[in-house]
Design a protein around this ligand. Structure first.
Ligand code: AMP
Ligand code: ZN
Length: 117
């Protein structure tokens, strides 16, 4: 993967617009373009890693920073009282479509079963 071809690397570079809700030196969080819940934010490391397994293997500290950013987003979006869900879709069976690791932070209503049968 050449990072200039990667959708989320282009958002990090500012080449593609996004509604950014949280930023740290190493992470970026922005609203999902096709929200599946009242709050649906994607949290990414600015550095390109294909998926959560690759990220954890390459830099577990950065993986922790992504989780900390997801928790901060949940707090800032008012989700901590009612609860929320964090999802890393990974690979084909996980339904991953964008191969730059991202945490989905979902909430704002009861989200129902984790997966449908
Ligand atoms: P996944 O299936 O886990 O790879 O999720 C990819 C997510 O990226 C989907 O929920 C899309 O709606 C979202 N998405 C795709 N393009 C953009 C974009 N330009 N800005 C924000 N979210 C996007
Ligand atoms: Zn990327």
């Amino acid at each position: 993967m050449v990072t200039s071809d990667c959708l989320f690397c282009r958002i990090v570079k500012g080449d593609l617009p996004a509604t950014v809700v949280h930023e740290t030196a190493t992470t970026l969080a922005f609203r999902d373009i096709g929200p599946k819940a009242p709050v649906h934010v994607l949290v990414i490391p600015k550095e390109h890693h294909a998926d959560v397994a690759a990220l954890a293997a390459a830099d577990s500290g950065l993986a922790g920073e992504v989780l900390a950013a997801a928790a901060a987003v949940a707090e800032e979006e008012g989700l901590t009282g009612g609860g929320f869900r964090v999802i890393f879709n990974t690979g084909e069976h996980g339904g991953q479509e964008v191969f730059h690791v991202h945490a989905h932070v979902l909430g704002g209503r009861a989200l129902g079963p984790m997966v449908s049968a």
